[in-house]
Design a protein around this ligand. Structure first.
Ligand code: FAD
Length: 530
């Protein structure tokens, strides 16, 4: 087949905010009043009067890049460089909002395809220019902040022109996608063939196929469709020393699986230029419903029971008592004061027969475990608003309220210990006025992730309020023996904690691979590898 391209492209995100500018709304007055009862409200607009530092690259270097990708695709424009400065974590947004553009790339280069990526990398290696692969720019752990020490400057390699469906194999149920396709664009291309990928992180609207692979992302339907890395069957990667093609067969015993080396490599080992994923037919039926549990423990135990009996639905997520009360609960259906309970969302997707069979079995199991069915209302409400939270974060930041999230993962036997430690670390650092909420949304037979959301008064310097809390939470995660990240990746923010998790020998393995594929150290220097 010839490459197919999306007919509708997602609009660009603003530098200081999340998402589609047309979807952004301020806080409705009633909500603002409600927030004001809990947190001091202070108008905190983003600064607009900022300029990007001058490019450090020489004119001859820019000319060399233009010779590879064409004049129009070597961009020095302030707005474009600002938009590609860092990612979309709350600290990233706070720095952008305060006018701190110290990490702005010196140039944005937009290759048309794999061959141009190879040529740009070779040139950057020769000229000693740091290269930061840029997909959707939704990184939340500092993966787009390279350290250019000893190098000529930073080149943001924007993969936005590489947005094709290159091949579709209906017999094997695979599709080969270019890295710059954003979530909705990839799904629209597959839907035209009656197929889907089924990867729906909260950043779905803007994150890209290459970014999903580079960060080992996990989506809201991970219980049914798996993590993104489990969907990948083949990869094509451009490195400064040549190309790597992996995945000649779906599974093999040809030594260690090198696909795993590049999945999660966060741009430090190469630029992923093609991703072949397994695809599945579009679901004919989607049903989401709510279940009430008397406690977080009871709900978590039920999730474990489902996971360990191969009974997982497509979507399963459980809010703790605080998150249920704040975010999801309809107080009347969940119970009044003293009986707040916890809300679980359970979603089934597939053919009518498969959904009916799975739903009956899951309903029987959850009822036997002590859950109370709440009907489709809470489930449909969740499905309707599933991508809205980042827009709300901007509105809260506008009003001086600090909002941020972090996540971790551990074995079931350590879940409660991890939950208690991280919650206490956040609460103690941020103070009693802060809200610390948690949910479980990715489960395995052996364990689960914990996803924390905090809201706190931002104060005069919200970044200074958040950073000690994040450090305390990371230390609590390490002390609990859990993983520093389940799906947000390492970036620069989690790098100091990686050796505690994989050990010094593990770090040396990463360094050795880096040296082999990137001897000049130009690929995302400072990201991932301690
Ligand atoms: C509001 C919000 C919600 C989020 N929700 C989720 C969620 O539910 N699940 C989840 O897993 N994550 C989530 N994230 C994190 C983020 O969306 C993911 O890490 C995502 O996979 C990043 O994709 P991207 O295309 O935006 O990558 P970018 O942000 O552009 O890049 C991320 C990292 O990968 C590298 N990279 C990007 N493309 C390539 C490539 N082609 N080759 C090599 N390296 C590359 C970059 O250099 C960088 O280090 C969320 C983020 C936000 C802001």
């Amino acid at each position: 087949m010839t490459s197919e391209r999306p007919s509708v492209l997602q609009p660009e995100m603003p530098a200081t905010r999340w998402g589609d500018p047309d979807h952004a709304t301020g806080l409705p007055d009633g909500v603002r009043d409600l927030v004001g009862l809990v947190f001091p409200i202070r108008d905190t607009p983003a600064r607009a009067d900022v300029t990007v530092p001058a490019s450090r690259l020489a004119e001859a270097q820019l000319a060399g890049l233009r010779a590879i990708v064409g004049d129009d695709n070597v961009v020095l424009d302030d707005a474009v460089r600002r938009q590609r400065t860092r990612g979309k974590s709350t600290p990233d947004l706070l720095r952008q909002r305060s006018g701190d553009l110290g990490d702005a790339p010196d140039v944005v280069v937009r290759p048309a395809g794999h061959d141009e990526v190879v040529a740009v990398l070779a040139y950057a290696q020769e000229q000693r220019i740091a290269v930061v692969p840029f997909g959707g720019g939704t990184a939340v752990t500092g993966g787009l902040v390279a350290d250019p020490a000893g190098l000529a400057g930073v080149l943001s390699l924007d993969l936005g022109r590489m947005r094709g469906l290159l091949a579709l194999d209906p017999v094997s149920s695979t599709a080969t996608l270019e890295p710059g396709l954003r979530g909705p664009e990839a799904e629209a291309l597959l839907a035209a063939h009656g197929m889907m990928l089924g990867h729906f992180p909260q950043s779905f609207e803007y994150a890209t196929i290459g970014g999903f692979a580079a960060t080992r992302s996990s989506g809201q339907s991970s219980a049914g469709y798996g993590r993104f890395d489990s969907m990948v069957v083949a990869l094509r990667v451009a490195t400064p020393v040549g190309e790597v093609r992996l995945g000649a067969s779906p599974a093999n015993a040809s030594g260690p699986d090198l696909r795993e080396l590049f999945l999660g490599s966060e741009g430090a080992f190469g630029v992923i230029t093609e991703v072949t994923v397994r695809i599945r037919p579009l679901p004919e039926v989607k049903e989401y419903e709510g279940w009430r549990w008397p406690s977080f423990d009871a709900g978590a135990d039920a999730m474990r029971a489902l996971a360990q009996s191969d009974l997982l639905p497509t979507v399963i997520r459980l809010s703790d008592e605080s998150e249920t009360a704040i975010n999801l609960a309809d107080p009347e259906s969940i119970g009044g004061e003293g009986d707040a309970g916890c809300l679980m969302i359970v979603g089934h997707e597939g053919t009518p027969a498969a959904v009916a069979a799975k739903k009956a079995a899951v309903t029987e199991a959850l009822t036997a475990l002590g859950g109370t069915a709440q009907g489709s209302g809470p489930g449909e409400a969740w499905a309707h608003g599933r991508f809205n939270a980042p827009y709300l974060r901007d509105s809260l930041l506008d009003n001086g309220v600090l909002v941020e999230t972090l996540e971790t993962v551990t074995y079931w036997s350590n879940r409660d210990n991890l939950y208690a430690r991280v919650k206490a670390a956040l609460q103690e650092t941020l103070g009693e006025g802060a809200m610390v909420l948690c949910h479980i949304s990715h489960v395995y037979a052996t364990g689960c992730s914990l996803y924390f959301t905090v809201a706190a008064p931002g104060g005069a310097d919200p970044l200074a309020t958040w950073l000690p809390a994040k450090a305390a939470a990371c230390e609590a995660i390490v002390a609990a023996g859990a993983s520093i990240t389940h799906h947000h990746a390492v970036g620069t923010d989690h790098r100091p904690y990686l050796s505690a998790e994989i050990g010094e020998v593990g770090v040396e393995v990463l360094r050795a691979v880096k040296k082999a594929v990137d001897p000049a150290g130009i690929l995302n220097p400072g990201v991932l590898i301690p």
